[in-house]
Design a protein around this ligand. Structure first.
Ligand code: F0G
Length: 477
């Protein structure tokens, strides 16, 4: 579109939508929240959402759907077999990904369980730029091993690089030679790299990964739940893509892979859904058996007709240039303002979230006392803001002697739901950080008093470590 002469060049990127339906927020006080947090054992996953003012726990399933998607909800065809909505969803996915075989699942991890359960197992190895937690859990649950090979610069939160989400392709080649190509079940490129700070992956990196995989006969999959956001970064940061549409860029990346797993709860702009899409017919057929046993018949899997209709529409809307521009720029707005305040964070700002470096914010709290959990609790106490720790609570392991092996980074993620919050909500978050910075020296660490064996961050119970006093017992179930 050509700008007319005299057109105002606005600085403000406005939300490219009007609000048609609103959801009230209950404004709680700090003293109320002090009690609520203690009752939730200092784990924000255990809070009632009604007690949260700004919910930045996740960008997953929290999108506001468009009027068009809600209209699609009414049109949803709930037939058990051959639903019109299924064909709409399937066609939208085939058209975007180029993969012929699509399996609808109720969310991303169901697709992960099916494919990784199928190709995983004892002795198998999976390699990724960084496995998301459910991905790793599904792989490990199958008995296989999950190896993360992010580029080294991706672990340096302060370093500026356009594609910190890339996989280290040299290390990839080394691991393949060490372990033997036959033992590698798949290479998974997570775009954008969620656990690695929401950083994008370049097309060049995807191309090189694809080359290495095909040379070695290894299955190459995309974990593509934020593929539209990744495409924004490719177009804006990688030479040669300036004039390509976001959709064309996404298609180009899919064309390099053998299949994709998607949690539609992100870039398909819906509240529930996912899919597995594969090039290979035989692998798809094997997965279909598992789909029918554990999710549902092939033309709905784990979804209702209305969900499938909304996914088909969302997969189209998400590539709208005005939406993507607003989406990436509004996340950057929050991050850049926090950076100006002096909050240590992952730079450059990723697509769906701002990642705070809690180890740098609270240098007096050692990793074994979970500095990220401290920040998450401070955010709730001071502002009623809910965020998630992505550090040693989520990824820490125990050595044989029971000592914690910390994660490589202690991050806290402020994930921005799509089309939900306005700029004034973000101003409120920024003000809350001003307070947190003032009181940073007074923040204390936490210990875990109860935890499950898998994905402990969801349900673990914490207790503050006050004056260095630590409980002696920890219950593991
Ligand atoms: N892969 C990635 C990269 C993800 O971010 C997620 C979910 C999944 C797979 C699993 O999908 O939730 O639909 O089963 N991420 C959410 C988050 C939970 O908060 O980042 P799911």
């Amino acid at each position: 579109m050509h700008e007319k002469k005299g057109t105002v060049q606005h600085k403000t990127i406005i939300e490219p939508f009007k609000i048609k339906s609103v959801e009230p927020i209950r404004l709680s006080t700090e003293s109320e929240r002090t009690v609520l947090l203690e009752e939730a054992y200092y784990n924000p996953f255990l809070l009632h959402s009604d007690d949260v003012i700004i919910d930045l726990l996740t960008d997953s399933g929290t999108s506001a759907m468009s009027a068009e998607q809600w209209a699609g909800i009414l049109r949803g065809d709930e037939a058990y077999a051959g639903s019109k909505s299924w064909y709409r969803m399937r066609d939208a996915i085939c058209d975007l990904t180029g993969f012929e075989h699509v399996l609808p699942t109720h969310q991303g991890r169901a697709a992960e369980r099916i494919i990784y359960g199928m190709i995983g197992g004892e002795g198998k190895v999976f390699i990724s730029n960084t496995h998301f937690d459910t991905t790793r859990a599904n792989i490990e649950y199958s008995g296989a091993e999950a190896i993360d090979l992010p580029v080294a610069i991706g672990r340096d939160t302060a370093a500026i690089h356009p594609f910190k989400g890339n996989i280290d392709t040299e290390a990839l080649q080394e691991v393949i030679s060490e372990r033997g190509a036959n033992n590698i079940a798949a290479v998974i490129l997570t775009v954008t790299n969620n656990s690695g700070g929401g950083q994008p992956v370049s097309m060049a990196n995807a191309r090189e990964t694809s080359r290495i995989c095909s040379e070695n006969g290894i299955l190459f999959l995309l974990d593509c739940c934020r593929i539209a956001e990744n495409s924004w970064f490719v177009r804006n940061r990688e030479a040669g893509f300036e004039n390509k549409s976001f959709r064309a860029i996404a298609r180009e990346m899919f064309a390099l892979a053998d299949g994709a797993v998607m949690s539609a709860k992100k870039d398909a702009l819906v509240n529930m859904g996912g899919f597995l899409a594969l090039k290979d017919k035989q692998l798809a057929q094997e997965c279909q058996n598992m789909l029918i046993i554990t999710e549902g018949f092939t033309t709905y899997g784990g979804l209702s007709g209305r969900d499938m209709e909304a996914i088909a529409i969302g997969l189209d809307e998400v590539f709208d240039p005005d939406y993507l521009e607003y989406r990436i720029r509004s996340t950057a707005y929050l991050g850049e303002n926090l950076h100006k305040l002096g909050v240590p964070l992952m730079l450059p700002i990723g697509g769906h979230a701002v990642y705070i470096d809690a180890r740098k914010l609270y240098p007096h709290i050692p990793p074994k006392e979970y500095p990220g959990q401290s920040l998450v609790c401070q955010l709730y106490l001071k502002g009623g803001i809910r965020a998630v720790e992505i550090g040693s609570v989520m990824f820490g392991k125990y050595a044989a002697n029971g000592e914690l092996i910390p994660a490589s980074m202690e991050l806290v993620r402020l994930a921005i739901p799509r089309r939900v919050y306005t700029q004034s909500h973000m101003e409120y978050v920024i003000e809350t950080f001003e307070q947190i910075l003032k009181e940073r020296n007074a923040a204390s660490g936490f210990e875990i008093i109860e935890e499950p064996r898998f994905l402990r961050h969801f349900t673990a119970k914490f207790s503050p470590v006050l004056n260095g006093v630590v409980h002696s017992e920890r219950v593991i179930y």
